[in-house]
Design a protein around this ligand. Sequence first.
Ligand SMILES: NC(=O)c1ccc[n+]([C@@H]2O[C@H](COP(=O)([O-])OP(=O)(O)OC[C@H]3O[C@@H](n4cnc5c(N)ncnc54)[C@H](OP(=O)(O)O)[C@@H]3O)[C@@H](O)[C@H]2O)c1
Length: 259
Amino acid sequence: MNKQVIWITGASSGLGLELSVQLHQLGASLILSGRNVQALEELKQSLGNRHQILPFDLAEPEKIGDVADKAYQLFPKIDQLILCGGISQRNLFIESSLELDKKILDIDFFSNTELARAVIPQMIRNKGGRIVVVSSLAGKFGYPLRSAYSAAKHALHGYFETVRAELHDEQIKITIVNPGRIRTNISYNALLADGSPQGTMDYGQAHGMDAAKCARKIIKAIKRNKKEVYIGWPDILLIYIYRFVPSIYHRLIRKLNVR
Ligand SMILES: NC(=O)c1ccc[n+]([C@@H]2O[C@H](COP(=O)([O-])OP(=O)(O)OC[C@H]3O[C@@H](n4cnc5c(N)ncnc54)[C@H](OP(=O)(O)O)[C@@H]3O)[C@@H](O)[C@H]2O)c1
């Protein structure tokens, strides 16, 4: 990571913030993105002047091209893009709407694919680069109260596995990260059916893995050039249950405390 330029979304909070701190310690120069300018400024000041902030809204995927132009004005070469920014939801499908589904897909899927589309051509010209995609266990199987979130995370897998296959010979590496429940503000910010944030901490997140520990595991996966990694015991057990004994998953997931 030393001397690499890494653009990270979701740097203002939780997992992205912890990743930023640890990547700074490893010698990377960072482009820190999110919407909360004050949080990004404070992070930059605590880390030092070799980093830059680039605030923007992931809910506007059509503007990503302009945002990427600004990123290249900050640093002429970007070695890694970490797609960590995102929003969850806490509402039943039956209460949801097309408007809410589209908003979540814009933030959690389309902006990520647009960011990759904006940086990968330059990475190819520079003979390589890495995209780190922060998905979720909800990207591996359906998860109640999170229909659009789970759909967006599933879509990331199909999309970026395809990109990986197509660009293998161009040295474009893709690392997909699937965390279980991590202690961050994700459930506070998760959207209810009316589009407002839930504003409360779920039991699952309150008792989840420490965000700094999760960030360490993500960095380890990047260093080891992993294609995909599952993080957070015992939550990741569900991935194996889903794969090898799906009938148990189908019964379990209906009864699980998903908050
Ligand atoms: N925590 C978990 O249990 C968990 C589990 C699996 C996967 N994940 C994934 O981990 C990633 C990080 O989430 P977290 O747990 O760290 O939650 P968090 O503390 O709520 O952080 C979310 C980050 O995403 C940014 N973000 C949200 N909406 C945005 C928007 N419209 N435009 C730009 N940035 C936006 C936020 O920045 P601003 O507020 O500044 O905009 C913030 O930096 C997400 O992709 C999430 O799906 C989390």
